[in-house]
Design a protein around this ligand. Structure first.
Ligand code: PGA
Length: 244
């Protein structure tokens, strides 16, 4: 059985006062799903102190452990700050910072070194989807972004179609099912633990559409942007995952 994970990505949102949302989530009990919040790096230490059973993650890490990389954060620094997870290869990093699959694989491997679980993101653009290239793109990103040592413990995959992120547009359940079944097949063929690796869907997940998305085979949770900023919205998504 794959882990069930509801992960929230605050992106470049969140000041100290917003930790009140995390405190509300920390007051939950009995969740079957693992709950993860990835606040901006500036809030990680304070978030850890308030998180209770909610795990805290970073949104990116550098591939190196230390060095002359102004502005970057290493996986070891995230770990020391109390993080248990880190997102690698989010499409906004790939677009804004030119990260390639090879960069994402290096960051993922770096995440594992101090014991972080990497949430590795992949997903096609609208042009690629309309050109009928979704599975080709997802397949090559999956192959290129995952180092050989991926296990269900150290790696979670997030399928996030770029055109669904922050747009309110969501693929049909059939489209999600097709990609998730494809990823499961590829992961099972390549990795011993591929059948158990958690596969998250991301892109405009809201409390109102979460239950139907979690009903799709091989969807083991979600990576949530906008709807993770308010505990009331994210709580509804966690409830739906608990029930799935
Ligand atoms: P969204 O973002 O939920 O706001 O669409 C998802 C993501 O980028 O992880």
């Amino acid at each position: 059985m794959a882990r069930k994970i509801a992960a929230g990505n605050w992106k470049m949102n969140g000041l100290g006062a917003d930790l009140a949302e995390l405190e509300t989530l920390a007051g939950r009990s009995g969740d079957a799903a693992e709950v993860v919040i990835c606040p901006p790096a500036t809030l990680i230490s304070r978030a850890v102190a308030k998180a209770g059973s909610v795990a805290i993650g970073g949104q990116d890490c550098h591939a190196a452990e230390t060095g002359a990389h102004t502005g970057d954060v290493s996986a070891l620094m995230l770990k020391e700050a109390g993080a248990g997870f880190v997102i690698t290869g989010h499409s906004e990093r790939r677009a804004d910072h030119g990260e390639s699959d090879a960069d994402v694989a290096a960051k993922t491997e770096a995440a594992w070194a101090p014991g972080l679980t990497a949430i590795v993101c992949i997903g096609e653009s609208l042009e690629e989807r309309e050109g009928g290239r979704t599975l080709e793109v997802v397949g090559s990103q999956l192959a290129g972004s995952l180092p050989a040592g991926a296990t269900p413990q150290n790696t979670v995959i997030a399928y996030e179609p770029i055109w669904a992120i922050g747009t309110g547009k969501v693929p049909s359940l059939e489209e999600i099912a097709e990609v998730h079944a494809f990823m499961r097949e590829k992961l099972s063929a390549r990795f011993e633990g591929g059948a158990e690796m958690a596969l998250l869907y991301g892109g405009s997940v809201k409390p109102g559409n979460a239950a139907e998305i979690f009903g799709v085979p091989h969807v083991n949770g979600a990576l949530v942007g906008g709807a993770s900023l308010k505990a009331s919205d994210f709580g509804g998504i966690i409830d739906a995952l608990n029930a799935a």
